[in-house]
Write a protein that binds this ligand. Structure first.
Ligand code: NIG
Ligand code: FE
Length: 414
């Protein structure tokens, strides 16, 4: 089945030759084609070009874009979309001035979400998460990574991962699962932290591997959470099962997690709000993608990841939402892109590259998603009538997406 999209005002992020990722100065180049057409066959992109060169092509369906724009769907490489309930009760404490750490010490935070999740059935958890998946598809996301980490017991972590697996089976967008058993220490291990690390290594990891529930492993490497030695033990143990590392690092403190990550060939290192010169140096000449989460900085009122420094050091950068109930109750990648421009001083070109091709790279999806390239999945959105792609981050907060196509089919859920 062929679908032909005609009269596209601008086809954005068109790459004749697939690039794995874009770094440094190259991030400021966003290739586009004006007055274009796009042809898809079944779930794949099969051709594109200028309207002038189209002649009389007969496709099964012709969609007139009426001078609107097309962008590849967002690739959101860091979320915690499977959670139970919300934490809006902590919101008032936050407004009164309590910090993320203080809220956690009061019994809020990750442990609060873990308690809720442990009490929620797999069916109910799936229902709650599926609503969020539908929401982000409507907002233009066509690939997403989802972490466990609100279970914190063998049974609850496995329950979360099974929910992610079911989402993967039932939704057309690309979904990647990450095992984040090391998200926080459960209360009963307060005085035996290494005991919890043992539980992760000896009981959780073998089950995750046996049921093939995750492709990546993640650790919250931070003061008061998992230290360097504990993080290293978990990464090493996970490697034996073929799980690829991603780490929550440098959200509040730089404690050596960046070096540990690159030494262990982490696919991505996420957060990086606090970044030392040594960390920047460690990222040089590696295959590890730094990932910034500006909505988290926005919500918590913490520093933004120094994007300019990262890009000026000729490194790559991806943008993701971090959608979770505690630090980022939003999965809106349009807002992420806008905030990256407004607060991190990324150019629209850099931000769109970071949220598409570099996001795909951070999920190992760069060969099938992240750009308009022949042979890639037909995942893209048609905008409303806008004067330029810059208008997307400029008019933050407006919904400028008219239609979302996933694997070549129109998404009807929004
Ligand atoms: O990425 N920082 C650690 N994990 C999440 C927040 C989790 C929560 O507060 O529930 C994050 O920001
Ligand atoms: Fe996170």
């Amino acid at each position: 089945m062929e679908k032909l999209f005609i009269n596209i005002k601008e086809l954005v992020q068109v790459r004749d030759k697939n690039v794995k990722k874009v770094s440094g100065k190259d991030m400021n180049t966003l290739p586009t084609l004006e007055n274009a057409y796009l042809l898809i066959k079944d779930d794949m992109i099969s051709s594109y070009g200028r309207m002038d060169d189209l002649n009389n092509y007969k496709a099964d369906e012709i969609i007139d874009c009426d001078r609107k724009m097309i962008l590849p769907t967002w690739c959101d490489s860091h979320t915690h979309i499977v959670f139970s309930g919300n934490r809006e009760d902590e919101f008032s404490d936050k407004i009164k001035g309590l910090t993320y750490e203080e809220i956690a010490q009061k019994g809020g935070g990750i442990l609060n979400s873990a308690k809720k999740l442990q009490e929620t059935s797999e069916t109910d958890l799936y229902k709650q998460a599926s609503r969020r998946v539908e929401e982000i598809i409507g907002l233009g996301t066509g690939a997403v990574e989802i972490k466990s980490g609100y279970g914190l017991s063998v049974a609850a972590e496995i329950k979360m991962l099974r929910v992610i697996k079911k989402l993967k089976q039932n939704y057309p967008i690309a979904i990647k699962a990450t095992f984040l058993g090391a998200h926080a220490f459960p209360l009963e291990y307060k005085d035996d932290k290494d005991g919890y690390v043992d539980l992760i290594i000896n009981e959780m990891l073998p089950l995750v591997a046996q049921e093939q529930l995750a492709e990546f492993v993640d650790v919250f490497c931070e003061k008061g959470y998992f230290n360097i030695l504990q993080t290293e033990r978990i990464l090493k143990a996970a490697k034996k099962y073929g799980l690829i590392p991603k780490i929550h690092v440098n959200q509040f403190n730089s404690i050596g997690g960046v070096k540990l990550g690159v030494v262990n060939n982490a696919l991505s290192l996420d957060h990086l709000e606090v970044l030392t010169d040594e960390d920047l140096q460690d990222l040089q000449n590696t295959d590890t993608m730094p990932v910034a989460l500006p909505s988290c900085s926005f919500f918590l009122g913490i520093p933004y990841t120094p994007a300019r420094k990262i890009i000026e050091e000729n490194l790559a950068l991806a943008l993701a939402s971090d959608y979770n109930p505690g630090s980022t109750p939003s999965g809106n990648m349009n807002f992420v892109v806008a905030t990256a421009c407004i607060k991190m001083k990324m150019t629209p070109e850099e931000a769109i590259n970071a949220a598409t091709i570099n996001g795909a790279y951070a999920m190992n999806l760069q060969d099938s998603l992240g750009s308009i390239t022949i042979g890639k999945k037909a995942n893209f959105f048609i905008t409303k009538e806008i004067p330029s792609y810059t208008f997307i981050p400029y008019s933050f907060g407006s919904n400028l997406i008219e239609k979302v196509y996933i694997n070549g089919s129109l998404n009807n859920n929004h």
